[in-house]
Design a protein around this ligand. Structure first.
Ligand code: 2AM
Length: 177
């Protein structure tokens, strides 16, 4: 099973982000992310054997952190993978703490977290497959979109020609004990 942990925005925030994805894709080209698939990845696990699922869930349950407000207020562009994303202009300390705690717990339990040794830039992918010859654009400013993150999710990813499909496997409430 191809799995990842993510923050899933509430409907209103997802609607706003999907609107930005569509309008920006009209301007620059590329494939906007569908509203129902908008998310922020915390840890990408890649392929995990199904029998390891209980341990994976138990491991993520160790993470006890308080809910926090995430503020998405800027766009970024990665030429190397032709991708436009949304993120926070100022790093969110609570989000960084969640990513660090979760990835540490997973690694300690023996799971391989993809990109663990690279710089991890938390982002919400809004457009894929931007034209390869696109000159780095002056990105539009966006109004801040905020939401209270009170849980994170383990998600199964299935890809087909029609795009990526995500299935929630388990929700983990954020709470300090
Ligand atoms: P992306 O949006 O920048 O592609 C599901 O594929 C999620 O996991 C996406 O948010 C994707 O980020 C992220 N991800 C991180 N590492 C990945 C990898 N090696 N392969 C596919 N997706 C990855």
């Amino acid at each position: 099973m191809r799995l990842f942990f993510a923050l899933w925005p509430p409907t209103e925030a997802a609607e706003q982000l999907a609107g930005i994805a569509r309008s920006t894709a009209n301007q620059f080209g590329g494939k906007p992310t569908r509203q129902e698939t908008i998310h922020l990845t915390l840890a990408f696990m890649g392929s995990v054997p199904e029998e390891q699922l209980p341990l994976l869930i138990q491991t993520a349950q160790i993470v006890h952190l308080a809910p926090f407000v995430l503020n998405i207020d800027s766009l970024g562009y990665w030429h190397r993978n032709h991708l436009l994303w949304a993120g926070s202009a100022l790093p969110c300390i609570a989000l960084a703490g969640l990513i660090e705690n979760l990835q540490n717990a997973l690694t300690k339990a023996g799971f391989a977290v993809d990109g663990r040794n690279r710089v991890f830039t938390p982002h919400i992918t809004l457009i894929r497959k931007l034209p390869e010859d696109l000159v780095p654009p002056a990105l539009p400013e966006i109004d801040a979109i905020s939401w209270l993150c009170s849980s994170f999710t383990l998600v199964r990813s299935q890809t087909s020609d029609a795009g990526s499909f995500y299935q929630t496997i388990y929700d983990f409430p954020l709470r300090q004990c």
